[in-house]
Design a protein around this ligand. Structure first.
Ligand SMILES: [Zn+2]
Ligand SMILES: [Zn+2]
Length: 487
């Protein structure tokens, strides 16, 4: 979940800002964006961003503060926009409800900041209240192809929605969609899922069931839940869509990998169904470490392709390759996660090489190694997104390979030896009432650490080769099903 609009630099958070932020990140918030509203607050906003990895900000002058805009302020905004944590121009816009600044001044300040965003290719965070006509006129005029951004706290009508969508803008909803008297259901339903974002607008606009209290980023779950109800989708689906929209609009740098995975990733959330708007009961949305304190185990199946490179030891430029495809391999694994993104596995895998040698050495008695081998491995999987339904990982580890090779009348070293494994894959995290079931699909390459050598008797020399050195690797597309029982 990303709270795309939260004024957590506001004074009301001075007493407990750190606890409030920690609470948000412990309750499923991935990132927070603070839109700065006036120059006197810039330093405060930047210091929050500097001290928290996943908090970003926008820089701008809010329409309420339009009279504070000057060339000097504009220069400062432009220089701050080059900082890595400053990812948008905002909060900017028009507000004719409070009318704290003259309309002409608001429009001028808004336009100047839109052109900064266009020249720096940054998204804008737009505030719009009771100013639909002027807002859309300005956006239409300024949209020359490069303008992108979000209309935050969207509360306008369908006509405004359609015009904003046509101009390419994202739409962000906040706590007012949860209010009993809200007429925004229709607007939410009319907003395509690839343009929706969620926000709290903290400390204002507190959603039901906390209405009346101070708003804070962890409450953004209630907006996600309300949108899920309107769309008749799961809250996980709404969170996935809104997060991926925010990541791509604001180009949140740390999340690039997860954007790529966004299409298939759904956070695993525990929740209950209590979402009666009038009840004070909180909808519990808690992201859990899916493997906490668990040990998992289960069988593996693979198809093992053995590839050997033969080198003539008398003439090392002379090489040949031979391979055996598709040997069935089977095994058993035990896994343990000391950290949620690290899965350690101990396993055993057994292969019997029954395949016919494709391009065998044309000599009698040549080993068709390895006939039978058993691998004990210790492998670590580094999981990129362990809390997602589909989680991706890279793996690496050490194997002990025990080989038994059938050969006649040749001298052959067939030491059991160490090998290294490396690979990548994905797993599906399926929570069930009897624990986690985790099917894993991965592709492993195993490299032997030492080469074997063959010494053939003179009359059996391979073509005119001398003694032969063999380096071997194994390619295993592998399926494993782990069960992490509950206990
Ligand atoms: Zn606003
Ligand atoms: Zn705001």
């Amino acid at each position: 979940m990303i709270d795309t609009h939260a004024h957590i630099d506001a004074d009301v958070f001075d007493e407990d800002r750190e606890e409030m932020i920690a609470h948000a990140f412990n309750n499923g918030i991935e990132a927070i964006i603070i839109p700065a509203i006036e120059p006197t607050r810039y330093d405060g906003v930047l210091s929050i961003c500097d001290t928290h990895e996943h908090i970003y900000c926008g820089m701008g002058v809010h329409p309420h503060n339009a009279h504070e805009y000057s060339q000097e302020v504009e220069d400062r905004i432009i220089s701050l926009l080059s900082l890595p944590k400053v990812i948008a121009v905002g909060e900017i816009g028009l507000d004719y409800y409070y009318d704290f600044a003259p309309k002409e001044m608001q429009k001028d300040v808004f336009r100047r900041q839109l052109s900064i965003a266009k020249s720096l290719d940054l998204p804008v965070i737009i505030h719009n209240r009771e100013s639909d006509d002027d807002m859309i006129a300005i956006l239409q005029e300024e949209q020359t192809g490069e303008l992108k951004g979000v209309l935050h706290c969207f509360s306008s009508d369908l006509t405004m929605l359609h015009r904003a969508l046509e101009l390419g803008f994202h739409i962000s909803f906040t706590g007012n969609i949860t209010y009993k008297k809200s007429v925004l259901d229709e607007i939410v339903r009319a907003t395509p899922l690839n343009r929706i974002m969620i926000e709290t607008d903290s400390p204002y606009m507190t959603p039901v069931p906390h209405r009346g209290k101070r708003n804070e980023p962890s409450f953004v779950q209630f907006i996600a839940q309300k949108i899920a109800d309107i769309y008749a989708l799961t809250v996980e689906e709404i969170i996935t869509m809104t997060s991926s929209n925010a990541k791509s609009l604001f180009r949140l740098p740390l999340f690039l990998i997860i954007i790529l995975m966004g299409l298939t990733s759904y956070p695993i959330l525990a929740q209950n169904d209590a979402n009666d708007e009038d009840s004070e009961e909180q909808i519990e949305v808690v992201e859990k470490n899916p493997y906490a304190r668990f040990i998992g185990f289960g069988p593996s199946l693979a198809t093992n392709t053995i590839v050997e490179t033969l080198t003539d030891m008398d003439n090392p430029d002379r090489r040949d390759t031979r391979s055996w495809d598709g040997n069935p391999a089977f095994g058993f694994s035990i896994a343990y996660n000391p950290l949620e993104f690290l899965m350690l596995e101990g396993g055993i895998m057994h292969t019997r090489n029954n395949a016919k040698l494709k391009n065998a050495l044309p000599v009698p008695g040549t080993p068709t190694d390895p006939d039978v081998y058993t691998v004990f491995n210790v492998t670590a999987r580094a999981i990129a997104n362990p809390r997602s339904k589909v989680a991706f990982f890279a793996l690496g580890g050490i194997n002990f390979q025990s080989k038994r090779i059938h050969s006649t009348n040749v001298s052959f070293t067939d030491d059991s030896q160490l090998a290294f494994n490396a690979g990548a894959g994905f797993m599906v995290n399926i929570p069930t009432s009897f624990g986690m079931i985790i099917p894993i699909a991965e592709w492993r390459l195993d490299f032997e650490s030492k080469n074997d050598t063959i010494t053939l008797p003179n009359e059996q020399k391979y073509k005119d080769w001398g003694d032969i050195e063999i380096s071997t690797f194994y390619s295993l597309p592998r399926l494993t099903i782990l069960w992490y029982p509950k206990f």
